[in-house]
Design a protein. Structure first.
Length: 282
């Protein structure tokens, strides 16, 4: 079984989502799908997560955030319309609008992944697994000298136990967030859907973790800026970490670590060139 994670650019438009669906259906081993929130549709566009951050900030300042909310909601309604599916999307969006006024920053900013996962599951006919209700990505408290400084870390043991009923199903999981022992939403740093994918690959004992993005794998520098950027066909976990420390745009270190614990290979692939071999990390 393969865990396949799709980034924001891969899910930015209805046409891009159609590409993602084709990729998933091309290999029946891609049974566990992890998604980011939709990214920019064009150069001057706004990422869905940035719209959500702006909504939170305006809510905190007592300002109207209807423009941002309407833009946010329309992104998912457009995807639903493009596939001709009928879901409870509009009702769920209306419920979310009502919850914004009392919602935490983590709750509000996690909903891009939430709505993307629900929508893609409906398109694929896969089961949508609600992270906060099932605890498939659970955190534990890391005690600090003072209680106010307590931090959270992924609780692999609890996550694996909670994930067990879904291991042999076709499912879609939202990236970027998990649930604390108290039941609150807690988000990873930006780009955290990569970490979610690696955690899910770990607890599902996947044979491969695919990370689908908008570049042909790992390079020594940004291929969009440097024509002499060197592409790597195969890298070790340690080599990827070193490239990241030297400024290359690679996976979050935590994503690498969760895969390395069980020696799960990672493939960085391009949604827009699915036949390109990408980069294998092992």
């Amino acid at each position: 079984m393969i865990v396949a994670k799709f980034g924001g650019t891969s899910l930015a438009t209805p046409d891009n989502v159609k590409r993602v669906v084709e990729i998933i259906k091309a290999d029946p081993r891609r049974r566990i799908i992890v998604v980011s929130a939709p990214g920019k549709r064009s150069k001057g566009d706004t990422k869905v997560t940035d719209l959500l951050f702006e909504m939170f900030l305006k809510k905190e300042r007592g300002k109207n955030f209807d423009d941002e909310y309407n833009d946010f909601a329309q992104r998912f309604l457009d995807i639903e319309a493009a596939f001709g599916i009928k879901t409870d999307l509009r009702e769920t969006l209306d419920k979310f609008y009502a919850e914004i006024q009392t919602g935490s920053a983590d709750f509000i900013t996690s909903t891009g992944e939430y709505f993307m996962a629900k929508t893609l599951a409906a398109i694929l006919g896969f089961e949508y697994v609600e992270v906060d209700q099932t605890g498939v990505l659970s955190f534990k408290v890391i005690r600090q000298p003072r209680p106010a400084e307590n931090k959270f870390a992924v609780d692999l043991e609890t996550s694996q136990k909670n994930f067990a009923p879904f291991r042999n199903k076709n499912i879609v999981v939202a990236g970027f967030y998990g649930v604390t022992p108290e039941g609150s939403i807690y988000t990873f740093p930006r780009g955290g859907s990569d970490i979610t994918g690696a955690v899910i690959a770990n607890i599902a004992d996947a044979i491969l973790y695919e990370n689908w993005t908008d570049v042909d794998g790992v390079f020594d520098k940004d291929p969009n800026k440097f024509s002499d950027a060197k592409h790597f066909a195969v890298l070790t976990y340690s080599e990827v970490e070193m490239l990241g420390r030297n400024g290359a745009n690679v996976l979050h270190p935590d994503a690498i670590n969760f895969a390395r614990i069980k020696n799960i290979p990672i493939k960085i692939l391009n949604t827009f060139k699915p036949d390109h071999p990408g980069t294998l990390i092992k």
